[in-house]
Design a protein around this ligand. Structure first.
Ligand code: INI
Length: 156
């Protein structure tokens, strides 16, 4: 007897995606957004099927992501931001709450919400994850969104 296995294909054709991106550190988040859109397009998503919502900072991402997820219009939602540690614990607080909130929105809505927020100790580390030495976290997040959208679609 063989097992029944499910794995999401990397096919974005015909799927709709919502992206929430924060304006704080936008010289970085624009790179994440470009990476995410590039990934979705290369996997077959039509540009008209990608909606982008800008929010002021990472702290505001969950509310917009929740709105997009609850509308049930999108197969997956991608959250993009760049939180860099500073002299205060502000960044750390945002990161912990943000990851938890995104997971909760996904579980409550049943729509994949992918965490593509860069959490970095310093500017160099952030730059590395926004399209340079360590790749582009936006691109990776979009890829996860496609996989999860396909996986969940298999069970419909
Ligand atoms: N927002 C970010 O997206 N990244 C940061 O690094 C950051 N830091 O470090 O302060 C940041 N702060 C703003 C925050 O997300 C809210 O927009 C603000 O507090 C208003 O609610």
């Amino acid at each position: 007897m063989s097992t029944k296995e499910y794995a999401g294909q990397l096919n974005a054709a015909g799927l709709k995606f919502g992206i929430v991106v924060s304006r704080f550190n936008d010289f970085l988040t624009r790179q994440l957004l470009a990476g995410a859109v590039d990934c979705l397009s290369r996997h077959g998503a039509a540009e008209a099927d990608i909606a982008v919502a800008w929010v002021p900072g990472a702290y505001e991402i969950p509310l917009a992501a929740q709105k997009l997820a609850q509308g049930k219009k999108y197969s997956a939602v991608v959250a993009l931001g760049a939180v860099i540690q500073g002299a205060t614990p502000h960044a750390e607080l945002i990161n912990t709450q943000l990851a938890r909130a995104l997971m909760q929105i996904a579980l409550e809505s049943g729509v994949p919400v992918i965490d593509g927020v860069v959490a970095a100790e310093n500017l160099d580390q952030a730059i590395e994850r926004c399209g340079t030495k360590s790749g582009n976290r936006g691109w990776n997040a979009a890829q996860s969104a496609i996989e999860m959208a396909n996986l969940l679609g298999n069970w419909k």
